[in-house]
Design a protein around this ligand. Sequence first.
Ligand code: SF4
Ligand code: FES
Length: 367
Amino acid sequence: MSEQQLFKVTIDNITIEVPAGTTILNAARRIGGDVTPPAMCYYSKLEGSGGKCRTCLVEVSKGSEKDPRPMPKLVASCRTTVMDGMEVKNITSPKVVDARAGVVEFLLLNHPLDCPVCDQAGECHLQDLSFEHGKSGTRYEFQRRTFPKVDLGDKIQLHMTRCILCYRCVFTANQVAEVRDHGILDRGDHAQIATFIQKNLNSDFIGNVIDVCPVGALTDKTFRFKNRVWFTKPVDAHRNCSNPKCCGEVQLWMRGDEVFRVTARKDEWGEVKEASNGNTGWICNECRFDKKDIADWTIEGPSKVNRHSVISQGHYVGLHKSNETFGAVMYGQKPQLLMDIHTISEVNKTNIELSSLDRPAHSTDFK
Ligand code: SF4
Ligand code: FES
């Protein structure tokens, strides 16, 4: 068998070798960190995704070893494959940073700024993107786009004004649920997610559209307004699901012993992770919406949460705290009460250290 051809590509001055046919975005993901362009519509587990949102634009300053001319325009890194000797600029290109700010401005033209009441807040990719690239004001002076309400049933809530038309939910219905009752209707600024003739989305795996939606356009009605995600504690859990297509491996979003929400497990790019047996990590509606009792699940332990995520504020295991400087600043005086629930405080019982619990905190741990 012939060996796989490898191409050398340099992204933001870091050179790696990747198999021919790899996209710039996936090459950058291999490097990781800030070098990786953001992606609002590409989803590696969904065929045909990408090429819609333009947040992943990069500058190709050298096309290849054979043809070193730069590409005349910024290119969508999720849809452009690497060439041998290619040089790419992402965060090192002022043009890219400027273009990305423009894309964010466009995405926010009609997107309501309702993060304070949106269930996606804290895990919204558009919220992160606008935090990094957005401006505090808007230049838009017209009335924002609104839509008649579409009811998708008792499990999934659609907020069309928040949709950025990434198509991920459409691909998920086609490829994962294998039943598609919804799609994108109309064109231009009238384009919207809808079922045409009012219909409920209730096929077995359709709940996965909630996990792939990068914004709060599709949210879980069984969790809606119940809690902010950063007040809940994510734990990994599994059950023997009778549905052969469901991996049964989930994240439970808990408070004390109460399961508020069940989702699939996500990787560092916010995509549904592979299951431990190597199969896809999609979960069925029964696991997601109906199994909200702790007795339904075998708890594996607290989920690993990115330190930079707001969700990590409710996650204690492995926490690195900065040095306490209070004493130095206050000439050696000790404070009466530090609002620090990681050690012993007025909140938890004196013999309980919340940072060493390998399970969700329970009401009996507190005073
Ligand atoms: S509802 Fe969400 S997943 Fe579907 S197209 Fe809109 S933003 Fe994308
Ligand atoms: S992620 Fe590349 S265009 Fe949307």
